[in-house]
Design a binder for this molecule. Structure first.
Ligand SMILES: Cc1cc2nc3c(=O)[nH]c(=O)nc-3n(C[C@H](O)[C@H](O)[C@H](O)COP(=O)(O)O)c2cc1C
Length: 388
């Protein structure tokens, strides 16, 4: 593995090589990647990536929710031949995993979203590209020239400028993205106090690769404020409602995925308004602090959707057993957010690839130990809530 210098700060100390890792051990789980990543990121970037909003109660609860769910493994099942492949919106995946949309990935590594996309595509997992990416829609789509079966979706933030929003959708469609993933939990940005304290902005040389209408600093540098908070307040449309989904769907034939649903009644409306998939998500605890943990919200949404759309989940997935629990509670697949950034920060594409392989192996073992040879064997009888 090749290391890269710190972006937007002083040169980071190389900590990992393909052969040895300079005498230090390679990470063997996602938490170890998180620890290593801290050595590669400036304080502003690390805080931006890791923080949640407010008191970070939801951020912590996303993890705690997985600990509250207990597994009930089946014994004496032939698990000698295991299959982790699945399909999401008709596209096949080597395991039920996508990389969640995350802004500003060039803060972690100069190759940014391209490295993430390459790692995801090579491993046969999906990737959702953020509207606020630091590599463009087209640059990331180009990864499919060598890996044409890669599942790539485009995540949309609806800007006040409808022309800009329309252009983003049209570009995503033209570039071959397979779904439009509308984030519905961010009419304004959550209060992330670490970003406010750091007066978060993009370092020189980085910009919003998809937003061509801005001049000057893409993300303003503001005294006493996060520049991203200001960007969202100034540029995104906080008046969007269900009715706008019709307009959105008229812009392209792409299937609509709604990301950020936390209630059964909203999930029903999503289906009624034509969503083909739902991502149960609280934005990794970065929006409404105190919002229900994604995993806790999942059963209500699965029941409400009643198989009329595919249901995915993100927030706090760090282990193969977390994926197992989410699937047992009805999710079709899960997304990881921050861990991908840790892999990217540590070793670029190779880091993300390795991290995906760790999750793959963990899920593989977790399935064997719970008596599941294939994903279809993972059902609700595998889990029990003990402390609700
Ligand atoms: C640094 C960072 C940037 C993010 N940017 C976006 C974004 O641009 N659009 C979006 O819909 N969600 C965004 N998210 C939320 C993720 O898509 C995802 O919901 C969340 O990270 C999942 O939780 P996890 O980090 O615990 O895996 C971002 C999350 C992080 C950590």
């Amino acid at each position: 593995m090749k290391l890269h210098p710190r972006v937007g700060g002083e040169i980071g100390r190389p900590i990992m090589t393909s052969a040895s890792n300079n005498g230090r051990l390679q990470p063997i789980n996602l938490f170890e990647y998180e620890q290593l990543a801290k050595e590669h990121l400036s304080k502003m970037s690390l805080d931006y990536y890791s923080s949640g909003s407010g008191d970070e109660i939801t951020l912590q609860d996303n993890r705690a929710a997985f600990a509250r769910v207990k597994l009930r493994p089946r014994m004496l099942v032939d698990v000698s031949d295991r299959n982790l492949t699945t399909e999401v919106l008709g596209q096949s995946l080597q395991l039920p995993l996508l990389i969640a949309p995350m802004a500003f990935q060039c803060l972690a590594h100069p190759d940014g979203e391209i490295a993430t996309a390459q790692a995801a595509a090579s491993a046969g997992v999906g990737m959702v590209l953020s509207t606020l990416s630091t590599k463009s829609i087209e640059e990331v789509a180009a990864v499919r020239e060598k890996l044409p079966n890669a599942l790539q979706w485009f995540q949309l933030y609806i800007h006040k400028d409808r022309g800009l929003t329309r252009a983003l959708v049209e570009r995503a469609y033209a570039a071959g993205y397979k779904a439009l993933c509308l984030t519905v939990d961010a009419p304004v940005l959550g209060r992330r106090e670490r970003d406010q304290r750091n007066e978060f902005t993009l370092p020189p040389g980085l910009h919003l690769a998809n937003i061509t209408t801005l001049t000057g600093l893409d993300i303003p540098h503001e005294k006493g404020e996060s520049g991203l908070f200001t960007y969202v307040a100034q540029q995104l449309n906080s008046a969007v409602t269900w009715r706008d989904l019709e307009w959105l769907q008229s812009l392209s034939p792409l299937p609509l995925v709604l990301k950020g649903i936390l209630r059964g009644d909203d999930a029903v409306r999503a289906v009624e308004y034509g969503a083909k998939a739902i991502v149960v998500s609280n934005h990794g605890g970065r929006q409404l602090d105190g919002a229900i943990a994604s995993l806790d919200a999942l059963p209500e949404i699965i029941a409400a959707v009643d198989a009329r759309a595919e249901v995915l989940l993100d927030g706090g997935i760090r282990r193969g057993t977390d994926i197992l629990k989410a699937l047992a509670l009805g999710a079709k697949a899960v997304l990881i957010g921050r861990p991908a950034l840790w892999g990217l920060a540590v070793a670029g594409q190779a880091g993300v690839s390795h991290l995906i392989s760790l999750l793959h192996n963990e899920l593989n073992v977790a399935m064997a130990l719970s008596g599941c040879a294939q994903l279809q064997d993972i059902d609700s009888s595998l889990v029990k809530f003990l402390y609700l």
